[in-house]
Design a binder for this molecule. Structure first.
Ligand code: PGA
Length: 250
């Protein structure tokens, strides 16, 4: 079985560098004892360099990066800068970026830039609401189609997808594991219409209110290739329990 990928999205946490170092150490302790799981953390930009020094088995990702590569763009952070600080992954198109104005076209540019730069893009997709007409499926198809425009088969193999229903992010309840399973299959099937059979190998992660109580069922019933975890990635004990579920999967 392929390794499961567990990505911790720290968002705007913790509030100090000391806190970030402690958290990174806690995560690294988990990563150093596991065999069937790959761990990635996405800290806020200012912590990335310092945190890197505490990591051996945990990979580093960024939560975002600029479309601009250099020049007069005050306040932006270029992907090349992040790479030189040790990142190998990046989230792209997280819903909290989309609500700040990031469009599908911006996301498409970022996916292409990430792939050109050797960064593994974790493309975040997800509907804001569900209804019985199934319009959410159209939303997912549109997000995927635009994000992947112009990406050939060889590059596509490096892409990860994080399916995060926006209504579950930051809330108390995750999506039902059977519904997660259905969405993972739907996404892979849709991708296979563009990329053929190899799309079934794409890593599709689930994110949105994952915790130590629901993670086991999400792995077993949801049949996910990994998880994108917000709040619980800030709690090493909880994260450790979640990772253990992944390690025990047959
Ligand atoms: P949550 O966040 O686990 O705190 O719901 C997930 C995410 O936004 O990636």
């Amino acid at each position: 079985m392929a390794k499961k990928l567990i990505v911790g999205n720290w968002k705007l946490n913790p509030q100090t560098l000391d806190g970030a170092l402690a958290l990174a150490k806690g995560t690294e302790k988990i990563a150093s004892r596991v065999r069937k799981t790959s761990l990635v953390i996405c800290p806020p930009y200012p912590y990335i360099s310092a945190v890197r020094k505490t990591l051996k088995k945990t990979a580093l990702g960024s939560q975002n990066f600029s479309i601009e590569e250099k020049g007069s763009h005050t306040g932006e952070v270029a992907l090349s800068m992040l790479i030189s600080c040790g990142t190998t992954y990046s989230l792209i198109g997280h819903s909290e970026r989309r609500t700040r104005g990031e469009t599908d076209l911006n996301i498409k540019e970022k996916v292409a830039l990430a792939l050109r730069s050797g960064i593994i893009p974790i493309i975040c997709i997800g509907e804001t609401e569900r209804n019985t007409n199934g319009t959410h499926l159209g939303v997912i198809e549109q997000q995927l189609t635009i994000a992947l425009q112009g990406i050939g088969e060889a590059d596509f193999k490096k892409v990860c997808i994080a399916y995060e229903p926006v209504w579950a992010i930051g809330g108390n309840s995750a999506m039902e594991p059977t519904d997660i399973h259905e969405m993972v299959m739907y996404i892979k099937k849709f991708l296979s219409t563009i990329y053929g059979k190899s799309a079934w190998e794409t890593l599709v992660l689930y994110g949105g209110a994952v915790n130590r109580d629901n993670a086991e069922a999400i792995f077993k019933i949801g049949n996910v290739d990994g998880l994108l975890i917000g709040r619980q990635s800030l709690l090493p004990e909880d994260l450790s329990q979640i990772v253990d579920y992944a390690e025990k999967l047959k």
